[in-house]
Design a protein around this ligand. Structure first.
Ligand code: PRP
Length: 191
């Protein structure tokens, strides 16, 4: 499609709604980790924008963490499809030891929950002081595994959404809002 904006059927969460959700998450996180050092781990690639916005929003909160460090992991299970392969592939690990540290995992969306569960269990084996999980979006109707979500920004309807980090075939991640695509915007095998 020439103009990718023409592929959008409906904006579900606009920029200001997302910003408000990020601010609320940051306030709650700052409260829990007030005066404590925190390592925030963003789950690439989808969490690119929520990770960047959330760590800066935490910095704006009064009485937040005593120190905040960042790292990233890369996990993927969707490939080019709109459906999860059911298998999570770890493509990049964090690069720092986490023994005794407070950790916050940040993802853009928790769908069936396998990605967050996989990463949480992997990191738990390394002896952190605590692990919390945050996601900008969750789709409660799609959950297949029971992973605790400590901070959730927005509840998402059971639809395939793009924007603000979420992609379809690596497109649309850069949209500043979260939207539903028109059915004809999917490749024929996904319609
Ligand atoms: C997406 C998203 C989450 C995961 C959620 O990643 O960014 O990490 O799926 O799905 P789940 O709860 O069903 O496991 P994806 O595998 O598409 O990789 P990407 O972030 O690189 O696009």
């Amino acid at each position: 499609m020439d103009n990718y904006r023409a592929a959008i059927a409906e904006v579900l969460f606009d920029e200001s709604r997302i910003a408000q959700a990020v601010e609320e998450m940051a306030g709650a996180i700052a409260l829990e980790f007030s005066g404590k050092p925190l390592l925030v781990v963003g789950v690439l690639k989808g969490a690119l924008f929520i990770f960047a916005d959330l760590v800066r929003a935490i910095a704006r909160q009064p009485d937040g963490p005593s120190a905040l460090s960042t790292d990233t992991m890369w996990a993927s299970s969707y490939g080019e499809s709109t459906r999860s392969s059911g298998e999570v592939h770890l493509r990049k690990d964090i690069s720092v030891p986490i023994l005794g540290r407070h950790l916050l995992l940040v993802d853009d969306i928790v769908d069936n929950g396998r990605t967050m569960q996989y990463l949480r269990e992997l990191l738990a084996q390394r002896g952190p002081a605590s692990i919390r999980c945050a996601a900008l979006l969750e789709k409660p109707e799609r959950r297949l595994v029971d992973v605790p979500l400590d901070y959730v920004g927005l509840r998402c309807p059971n639809e395939f959404v793009v924007g603000y980090g979420l992609d379809y075939r690596e497109l649309y991640r850069n949209l500043p809002y979260i939207a539903r695509l028109k059915p004809e915007s999917f490749a024929p095998e996904h319609q």
